[in-house]
Structures are given as C-alpha cells and as structure tokens.
Design a protein around this ligand. Structure first.
Ligand code: BGC
Length: 235
C-alpha cells in the first residue's frame, strides 16, 4: 500500500534549557536540512523563546507540520510545568501559540519522550534518561510509554533529586569526576528498579561519561531528540 506520508515534511524542534535545535525531516523521518542550533534566550519566557524560534523557523524552508520536544510536562498542548524554563510557562498553550505563529499543525511532547522515540527499538522494557540542563526520563514497554514520567525529580541522595545530583548545574558544581561517580551509582539503582532490557543515555552531557558502561546501556546520539519528532504523527 502506498504510504501517503512520504511527501510530508516535518519540522522537528527540540526546546532545551541551553539550546533551541531544529531540522526538517522527510516523510520517512530522514533529515533533509542542516540542523540549526541557537542559544535559548537568557530570559526564557514563552514570548522570548517563541520570538527566537520564529526567526529560526524562517531559515528552515518548506515544511507541512511541526513536532516539538519540550523540557517539561505537556498535556493536550498545555504546559503544566517546565522547571528549567520557569513558571511563566505554567498553563501556556504551546501548541496553539506555535500553530498561530507558523500556520501549520503542531504536536508537542516531553523532550525525553521524543528523544526515546528516536532511539528505542520497541522491544520489551526500554528506559531513556537524558543528561542535560535537567534530567529527562522516559520508560517504554514494547514501544509504548507512560507520557511525562518525571523520574528526574525523584529523590536520589540526601534528599536531593536525580536532577539536583546529575543535572548540568550539579556537574558544574561537583566537577566531572564526582558527577561520573554519581551517575555510575544511579545506573545501578535504575537497573535494579526498572529491570530494563536497554537503557539509553542521551542529552548533551552524555558525552562527558568517563566510565565503561554495562552491556545493556547505550549512548543515544544527540540527533535522536529531533529524529523522534516524526513519531508524534504516527498514531
Ligand atoms: C523536566 C523534564 C524534562 C527534563 C529534561 C526536567 O527538569 O521536569 O520534563 O524532560 O528536565 O529537559
């Protein structure tokens, strides 16, 4: 049967605490433009972020629809919380705002959920942890996830959460060596708790890992956070 999504171009956007990335994907999810990256504005309010996104979108050429990985909880297009962007996002309808701006259909999901859709192979239990400004988490069973899993905010050590121990601010404060020791310990906990077939570590700080990973742990390529965007249109 012919696949009528072949000619449809998806603009995949990844909104991060430090960078805004985007790329256009063809109907099969292959990149067809150069990935563009801009710094997230210092003042991370919806207005400011959308203004920068608007300029960046204009450099990407033609597309038919937009997928967004967003660093917080998004339900039915509305942001419920985005710890690393700030409280101005709470209650903001990001889908509507982007649709009004770009005049294209938009789908938005949590960034870790999107990243996972770009790397998992859909068999058994797969856990995705993103190591960036914040700690993103996504858990899949045979390719299906519980959306908006916020395990990064679960306590880990001395009342501090995974995000407080392993996020970018913590890495800067504690140094790479200590951060690596903490991550090694966290992986042992995650394996014990989730019994995953595979754990994928993504996000910008995954490249700072300096210890040998167990066989059931892989580094996810950074581009996965954009490539997963195509899956938001597969029902
Ligand atoms: C947010 C998550 C997000 C993660 C990575 C956390 O602070 O609560 O929703 O996935 O950062 O951006």
């Amino acid at each position: 049967m012919a696949d009528d999504s072949c000619g449809i171009r998806t603009l995949a956007i990844d909104i991060g605490g430090s960078g805004l990335k985007m790329i256009v994907l063809d109907g099969e999810g292959r990149p067809i433009t150069e990935r563009s990256r801009t710094r997230t504005p210092k003042n991370r309010t919806p207005d400011k972020v959308l203004a920068v996104l608007g300029e960046q979108i204009a450099t990407q050429g033609e597309f038919d629809r937009i997928s967004v990985g967003f660093p917080g909880i998004v339900v039915d297009g509305v942001v419920h919380q985005a710890v690393n962007l700030g409280p101005a996002w709470d209650g903001f309808n990001i889908v509507k705002a982007l649709e009004d701006m770009a005049e294209k259909p938009v789908r938005v999901a949590n960034d870790a959920d999107v990243q996972g859709l770009g790397v998992i192979d859909g068999r058994g239990v797969e856990l995705v942890i993103t190591l960036g400004t914040g700690i993103g988490t996504a858990l899949y069973v045979d390719g299906h996830s519980v959306p908006n899993l916020e395990f990064g905010h679960h306590p880990f050590s001395k009342d501090r959460t995974y995000e407080e121990c392993l996020g970018n601010a913590a890495m800067k404060k504690a140094g790479k060596e200590k951060w690596n020791q903490r991550l090694k310990k966290a992986i042992k906990v995650w394996e014990r708790v989730f019994n995953y077939r595979m754990l994928y570590l993504g996000g910008g700080n995954a490249r700072k890992i300096e210890f040998e990973l167990p066989n059931n742990v892989q580094i996810a390529p950074n581009i996965a956070g954009l490539l997963g965007g195509i899956a938001l249109w597969r029902e």
